[in-house]
Design a binder for this molecule. Structure first.
Ligand code: FE2
Length: 278
């Protein structure tokens, strides 16, 4: 079995989005524009409400999926089709925007720690104008695989030791794992050969691949080709997102929250949004 090597290491950059929410962006920047089919990865983590209280008021999406994974705090959600929900620690919302949705994501707390991630997954050309869809998974419904060596994996999407993830029927056949690795243990996970893959370390430090120095918190690691990802514990307990998916190999034209294949489709998206057709 060939362990996937480290192809690139990217430190998350501090930025802000929405109505002044502070976040760290590791994918979707000048350093790493996209990793087909993934377009963006943000980590928001602060116990200062000034960093998150503005939230993400009403905004549109077309052509992508947005995946929110909460670790701490509470985030409310509502859209222009009457859907509402609340994300609590450990919950996941996998939203397929398709042809269009206008939604808001607002904190439902005025103090305390708010911590989580948002990932954007591109849709293939033939799926960009599909009906919107939500998969809202409560923390208790996300299976956890615990191995004898102390490795513990929350299976959000994909499969580990025969345990199938909570999120199903996503076009890019994604792997989305929250992997906790204690010092001295390792997690080796086979991935489909054609899938692009990355790790994001969000607690402690871990060795990604083989023979590399430890990667510390707030770092994204792009994996090269091979049979399996390897995450090994460092000197302190680590938690790492392992994310992979089938690339579309199609042109990407981005304009803010709209991601299409051609400039003409972006113009159409703006027209449709402004005319109230979302
Ligand atoms: Fe959004």
């Amino acid at each position: 079995m060939q362990i996937r090597p480290v192809e690139k290491t990217v430190l998350a950059q501090a930025t802000s989005d929405g109505a002044g929410v502070s976040l760290n962006r590791s994918l979707g920047t000048a350093v790493l524009d996209a990793l087909d089919p993934f377009l963006l990865l943000d980590e928001f983590r602060s116990d200062d409400s000034a960093d998150y209280i503005g939230g993400f008021p009403d905004h549109p999406h077309r052509g992508i999926e947005t995946v929110t994974y909460m670790l701490a705090g509470a985030m409310g959600h509502g859209d222009n089709q009457g859907n509402t929900g609340k994300l609590r620690p450990g919950d996941v919302q996998w939203m397929t925007a398709g042809r269009g949705i206008i939604h808001s994501e607002m904190p439902e707390q005025e103090e305390g720690l708010m911590w989580g991630f948002q990932l954007w997954v591109n849709l293939a050309a033939k799926e960009k104008m599909r009906d919107p869809r939500y998969q809202e998974i409560k923390s208790a419904d996300i299976p956890t695989v615990v191995r004898d060596d102390g490795v513990s994996v929350r299976v959000i999407a994909g499969e580990v030791d025969g345990t199938v993830g909570a999120v199903m029927e996503i076009e890019v056949d994604p792997t989305y794992l929250d992997v906790a690795v204690p010092p001295g243990a390792e997690f080796v996970h086979p991935l489909p050969a054609g899938h692009n893959a990355f790790c994001y370390v969000f607690e402690g430090s871990a060795v990604i691949g083989e023979g590399n120095p430890p990667t510390s918190r707030g770092t994204l690691v792009v994996l090269g080709p091979g049979d399996a990802a390897r995450i090994a514990g460092g000197t302190e307990p680590a938690r790492v997102l392992l994310i992979a998916g089938r690339p579309h190999n199609e042109p990407i034209v981005k304009y803010g929250p709209f991601v299409m294949n051609t400039p003409e489709e972006i113009v159409q998206a703006i027209d449709d949004f402004q005319a109230g057709r979302f």
